[in-house]
Design a binder for this molecule. Sequence first.
Ligand code: ASP
Length: 332
Amino acid sequence: MKKILIIYTGGTIGMDYTPQGLMPVPGLFKSQIDTLEPIQDVQIDLIEYEQLIDSSDVKLEHWQRMIQDIADNYESYDGFIIIHGTDTMAYSASVLSFALRGLDKPVVLTGSQLPLVHRRSDGWNNLIDALFAANRSDLNEVAIAFNNKLLRGCRAQKVSTYRFFGFDSVDEEPLAEFGITINWFTKRWLKATRFSFAPVMPKPAKILDLSMRPGFTTDFIIETLNNVELDAIVLQTYGSGNIPIHNLALVAALKAAVARGVIIVNITQVIEGRVSNDYVSSCLHDLGIISGCDMTIEAALAKLLVLRSTGMSLANIKAAMSENIVGELTEG
Ligand code: ASP
């Protein structure tokens, strides 16, 4: 009999309506899923966190707990489902993607836009799809099951607050589509690594994202770049990775930060596509800035966080930021 562990952290799916608004209610998710017909030959166990959260409250400690719970139960289960709020699901999926090194089992995050107690909840579909995905013995990665699709965890982003189409991964095709039949696009799946499972516990770090906005924020960005406590920055640039290259104060501050040992990664703030060096304004390599290719902001932040926690050298982290580790970027 296959065994799947559901780790319930919170999120709308298990919330109920209160006079103050939607709120997680202990025990409610369990009482809802207990109404599901048992799936043949699959045993499902549940860990419910004592402090269920709206995922806007997710912190480093929550990621550490999720990683620890998966590590502690790794040998006893065939797959894992993490029930999570949608607001920060893409961040958690990205952190887990990098932290769960050597993963050779499915870890599927899901949640919903409407709580299970709502008659039209999308949670049932998402949960069942997550169960099917977590039951696959050839899925060796972290994924998000949402709105009839299985997306790579480190490529997915929340794209809607009100449609059931809550997540997308614009630069990467889905891993599966749940229609009348399920299309498992196994050719796109990560192969099991030859390394054994060795999770990394993320450690606190001062990593920030700075988004270029024309006309009014460059001075603040320069002030921030001059902050000596910074460990790393994800620079969200225009178009194909362009910055206002004629702003000499900005360029000087970027160079000075790199010289102090701050890792600066360039990603585009455009939804689809990647940074290139097609323009004078995007040739940031000379400034010591690393190309993040087509990584999402969630993936870039998570990758920096986890790589910094491994004890790798600065040079190796910098090199790895442009390399594909778990399908998070398209190299080249
Ligand atoms: N605010 C909720 C959360 O992220 C939204 C959701 O779950 O859909 O926990």
